[in-house]
Design a protein around this ligand. Structure first.
Ligand SMILES: Cc1cc2nc3c(=O)[nH]c(=O)nc-3n(C[C@H](O)[C@H](O)[C@H](O)COP(=O)(O)OP(=O)(O)OC[C@H]3O[C@@H](n4cnc5c(N)ncnc54)[C@H](O)[C@@H]3O)c2cc1C
Length: 507
C-alpha cells in the first residue's frame, strides 16, 4: 500500500486493543473523521464513550484524503434545489457551513497547529457545454448565501472556459487536527481501542447492544454508532445498494511551478483536483483525481502516470514525493447517509456516503449524530436520514446503480480465464478451473498466491488493482490483499484459496 503525505508527516499516539468487557453509553465503531468528531462531541456532553478501530485511528480514508474543507462539493447546489427544493438545499448549505465553523473553532480553541489556511475554492470547466451548468450552480449557490463569483479566466497554466469561485474556504493537515481531537477525547475520559475489529452487533433482552470483536471481549452499549466508512453492519438497510464505490489518486509534487493560489477541481472527466501544502519543510502541490468506479480500471498504475505527466506538462515537475489512492462512497442523491440505520432500529446509527467531501460531511456527521444521541431531532437530521426517499432522484439513480452493478456482475462472469501464461514478478492473472475463477499473483520474491476471486459479499468477480496489488470488487467496493485478507468494503469474509462462501452480511 502506498503512503500518503498525511500519514508520513505526523507522530501517532498508539492506543491498546480491547482487553476487557466494556459497559458504556455509546460504542463508536471506526476512528476516521466521522468517528473521532462524534466521540469528541459526545464525551464533551458527559457520555461514557468507547471508540474502537480495526486498525489505527485516522489510517483509513481520512488518512488518504486531500483535506479541502470546502463547501463547494462539485456542482451540487442547483441539483439539490431542483430535486429537494430551496428550503432543503439551504439546510445542506447551512449544515456544511456549520461543519466548517466547527473545525475552525476547534483549531482556534485548542490551539491546533494543523496548517489551516483559508483560501478560495474554484470549480472550473474547459468545455463550452458545461458553461450552463456552472452558470446554474452559481445562481443556486448565490441564492443559498455563498460568497461566490463567476470568472472567465483563472491564474492557472492552462485555459478554462468558465470557473465558479467560492471565497473563504479552507484546507489543512487532517491528521494533525484529528490526533488532537482524539487526544482531547481521551483526556476528557473517553476510551480508544485500536486493532480491534467489530465483527457483529446484537441487541440484548434489555434493549442494549453487544458489539462483538475479533477478541474474546465485547463492548456493551446503550447506543451504537457505525462510522466504519462502509458500514460493517447492514441489518437489511441495504445501504450497499444505495452507494457507489469510487477510487481516486493523489500525488504530492515537489518543486512544482507555478504554485496555484487556492483549491481547484474541474467539472468534467478525467477529474483534476489541485491544492498546495506548506509546513515549512515541505512545499508541495497535491495533484489528484482520475476517479473511477472501484474494480473497473484495466491498469490502475496508468492513473498515477497520467497525473505525473499532467504535473510535468503544467507545473514543470514530476518529482513525486508521495503518492496514494483511496476510495469513497457516492450516494444516489449526493447527500450523505447520517442517522439511524433503520427507522425501526432505535439505537444503531450510521454515517457514510460522504461523496468525497468527508472533511465537512464527516464533521457534520459528528455534529448531527451527537445531537440525535442526545434526543435532539430536527428537520436537518431528518433530511440526512439513511431512510429518506425522493421518488425521482432515488428511483432514477438507484436504477442506474443497480444496472451498473448488474453489468459488472455479468461482465465478470463472462470474462474468460487465461489458459497459457507466464507470470512475471508483481503480475496477476485470472484462471478458470472446474468452472470457477481464480486470481493468481506472483510477488517480487517469486512466491505465487492463488485465491478464489468471486466476492464473498454478493458473488461479483473481482479484478486486480496493479497499483495497490489488491483484488477489488466492481459491484460494492470490497477490497482484498492478494493473499485474500479483507482491506475494506461490505464483505466480512476473506478470500479462500479453494471456494469462497458467499455471505452478504446484510441480515
Ligand atoms: C482521493 C480522495 C480525496 C478526497 N479529498 C477530500 C477533500 O479534499 N475534502 C473532503 O472534504 N473530502 C475528501 N475526500 C473524502 C474524505 O476523505 C472521506 O469522505 C472521509 O475521510 C471518510 O471518513 P470516514 O470517517 O467515514 O472513514 P475512514 O477515515 O475510512 O474511517 C473509518 C475507520 O473505520 C475503521 N473500521 C472499518 N471497519 C471496522 C470494523 N469492522 N471495526 C472497527 N473499525 C473499523 C477503519 O479502520 C477506519 O479507521 C476525499 C476522498 C478521496 C477518496
Amino acid at each position: 500500500m502506498k503512503h500518503s503525505l498525511w500519514l508520513e508527516t505526523v507522530a501517532f499516539k498508539k492506543y491498546p486493543n480491547l482487553d476487557r468487557e466494556e459497559h458504556v453509553d455509546v460504542c463508536i465503531i471506526g476512528g476516521g473523521i466521522a468517528g473521532i468528531t462524534t466521540a469528541y462531541q459526545l464525551r464533551n456532553k458527559g457520555l461514557k464513550v468507547v471508540l474502537i478501530d480495526a486498525d489505527q485511528i485516522t489510517h483509513g480514508t481520512t488518512g488518504r484524503t486531500t483535506a479541502k474543507i470546502s463547501a463547494q462539493h462539485g456542482a451540487i447546489y442547483d441539483d439539490i434545489i431542483q430535486h429537494y427544493g430551496q428550503e432543503r438545499a439551504q439546510m445542506y448549505a447551512d449544515a456544511t457551513r456549520m461543519a466548517q465553523t466547527f473545525i475552525k473553532q476547534r483549531i482556534q480553541d485548542l490551539n491546533i497547529d494543523c496548517n489551516y489556511e483559508e483560501l478560495p475554492a474554484y470549480l472550473y470547466t474547459q468545455k463550452e457545454s458545461n458553461i450552463e451548468t456552472l452558470q446554474k450552480e452559481y445562481e443556486g449557490a448565490n441564492l443559498l448565501g455563498f460568497d461566490c463569483e463567476l470568472l472567465d479566466t483563472l491564474q492557472l497554466p492552462f485555459g478554462v472556459t468558465k470557473a465558479l469561485k467560492f471565497n473563504n474556504q479552507a484546507q489543512f493537515h487532517p491528521l494533525k487536527y484529528l490526533q488532537t481531537l482524539a487526544h482531547e477525547f481521551v483526556m476528557a475520559g473517553g476510551v480508544i481501542y485500536e486493532n480491534t475489529k467489530a465483527t457483529d452487533i446484537n441487541q440484548n433482552e434489555y434493549g442494549t447492544y453487544t458489539v462483538s470483536t475479533e477478541y474474546n471481549f465485547s463492548v456493551h452499549a446503550k447506543k451504537v454508532i457505525i462510522t466504519s466508512h462502509f458500514p460493517m453492519y447492514d441489518h437489511r438497510a441495504f445501504i450497499f445498494a444505495k452507494m457507489k464505490p469510487e477510487r481516486s489518486y493523489v500525488l504530492a509534487i515537489n518543486n512544482a511551478s507555478p504554485l496555484p493560489h487556492g483549491m481547484y477541481i474541474n467539472l468534467e472527466d478525467p477529474t483534476i483536483s489541485l491544492r498546495t501544502y506548506n509546513d515549512g519543510d515541505l512545499d508541495v502541490l497535491l495533484v489528484g483525481g482520475q476517479n473511477h468506479r472501484t474494480g473497473t480500471s484495466p491498469d490502475t498504475l496508468n492513473h498515477y502516470a497520467y497525473l505525473k505527466q499532467f504535473s510535468k506538462d503544467y507545473f514543470n515537475s514530476d518529482d513525486v514525493l508521495y503518492e496514494w489512492s483511496t476510495q469513497d462512497y457516492v450516494t444516489v442523491d449526493y447527500i450523505p447517509y447520517i442517522g439511524k440505520l433503520k427507522e425501526s432500529n432505535d439505537d444503531i446509527y450510521v454515517a457514510t456516503g460522504f461523496n468525497k467531501w468527508g472533511m465537512t460531511n464527516g464533521t457534520l456527521a459528528g455534529l448531527l449524530l451527537s445531537m440525535q444521541i442526545l434526543g435532539e431531532e430536527n428537520e436537518t437530521t431528518a433530511f440526512y436520514s439513511p431512510a429518506r426517499f425522493n421518488p425521482t432522484i432515488h428511483t432514477n439513480n438507484l436504477m442506474t446503480y443497480t444496472a451498473e452493478v448488474a453489468a459488472e456482475y455479468i461482465k465478470g462472469k463472462l470474462q474468460k480465464g487465461e489458459k497459457d501464461f507466464i507470470l512475471e514478478p508483481n503480475q496477476a492473472a485470472v484462471i478458470k478451473q472446474d468452472g470457477d475463477k481464480y486470481g493468481v499473483y506472483k510477488d517480487d520474491e517469486g512466491n505465487v498466491f492463488m485465491v478464489d476471486i468471486t466476492c464473498p459479499h454478493l458473488g461479483c468477480e473481482l479484478s486486480f488493482n496493479t497499483a495497490e496489488r489488491t483484488w477489488d470488487c466492481p459491484c460494492h467496493g470490497s477490497r482484498y490483499s492478494y493473499k485474500g485478507e479483507i482491506f475494506e468494503g461490505p464483505s466480512h469474509l476473506e478470500l479462500s484459496c479453494c471456494k469462497n462462501k458467499i455471505e452478504p452480511n446484510i441480515f
